[in-house]
Design a protein around this ligand. Structure first.
Ligand code: SF4
Length: 331
């Protein structure tokens, strides 16, 4: 992976058209992402530097300080990152992310992130000092390491992501898990999801976001490339046979989505399965405006915050130990 250092000219904090991020400006430390997930829509962005290259901005902390100084009203949270992962396995990226998150947390501004990377210990120590101001989302669709490597070649292993979850729970961070994307015939199978939900349930995860894959030309090309030697491609093609053209919520972009009937039935099936493990599911309204227009992550987080204290009274030390031993062989 080549890292190119570059000065950032535009603002560091950007507002998002996404309804779920209305109250949180977004911050991307890099253009491009070392994880190279096959379903990544950011690989089609105009500033994408190409596979195998990450552009890291060198002046972010300084610019962030200046931008915050000029603001009349401080944001409650900053979201990392709409077009890259804040925890890419590149030391310079991690150092920059650490500086930015420290700066925000020390000013009393929360950090929210979605990651498929490994969260290093120094971040966990930082989050421990500010656990009420950390909203962690862990992206995870399987416990199968081979399958994960196929679709997310440079992201953290399922075992490392479970370690993230356990570490965050131990410091009172209440992480949320996103099973996204559900890929028809691959990550949405009953066996894959049962194993995953069972481990998540025993790890004291209570809420999980579920979303099916949607296609754009770049995603279609990259998924075909990653899965070309597998039987899964045929199943995906079949599932997308009756696809629909759908606008994403509050966004100009349109995508090819699985048809409504298919998604509704599958979300219901997965929700029932999750319930067996004590997990509630929700469907992202941004990616499924025809199903859950009004339901966004911020609604979920509000519920979380309200219930957080109560839930933590339920987490016993004994449970943590059981979870650690159950999932220690998932790497
Ligand atoms: S971790 Fe996120 S931003 Fe990075 S390649 Fe995967 S989907 Fe894209």
């Amino acid at each position: 992976m080549k890292t190119v250092l570059r000065e950032r000219k535009s603002n560091v904090l950007s507002s998002s058209a996404l309804k779920c991020l209305n109250d949180a400006p977004a911050l991307s430390p890099t253009a491009g992402c070392a994880h190279l997930c096959s379903y990544c829509y950011a690989r089609g962005y105009s500033n994408y530097p190409g596979d195998g290259t990450v552009v890291l901005y060198t002046n972010l902390a300084e610019k962030l300080e200046n931008e915050l100084r000029r603001k009349r009203k401080m944001p409650k949270f900053v979201y990392f990152s709409p077009s890259c992962d804040a925890f890419q396995p590149v030391k310079q990226v991690l150092d920059t992310t650490y500086d930015l998150m420290s700066l925000l947390l020390q000013k009393g501004i929360g950090v929210s992130f979605l990651t498929k990377g490994r969260i290093p210990d120094r971040f966990i120590a930082l989050f421990k000092l500010h656990s009420n101001n950390v909203r962690a989302h862990i992206g995870m669709t399987t416990l199968d390491k081979q399958l994960q490597k196929m679709i997310e070649p440079h992201a953290a292993t399922p075992g490392a992501r479970l370690k993230n979850i356990r570490a965050l729970i131990q410091i009172g961070g209440l992480p949320e898990v996103r099973i996204d994307p559900l890929i028809p015939g691959l990550t949405d199978s009953a066996s894959n999801l049962s194993q995953l939900l069972k481990v998540l349930g025993s790890s004291r995860i209570k809420n999980v976001g579920i979303n099916y894959l949607f296609l754009r030309p770049i995603i279609n090309r990259n998924i075909r490339e990653s899965l070309r030697h597998t039987k899964a491609m045929k199943k995906i093609s079949q599932a997308f046979c009756g696809n629909i053209d759908m606008p994403l919520l509050a966004s100009k972009s349109r995508v090819r989505a699985l048809n409504l009937d298919f998604r509704q039935k599958q979300y219901k099936r997965i929700s029932l399965l999750a319930k067996q493990y004590g997990i509630k599911t929700y469907v992202c309204g941004y990616k499924n405006p025809d199903i859950a227009e009004n339901l966004t992550c911020s609604n979920i987080w509000q519920n979380y915050s309200d219930k957080k204290v109560l839930q933590y009274q339920l987490f016993s030390k004994q449970h943590s130990e059981i979870t650690l031993s159950q999932s220690s062989n998932q790497d």
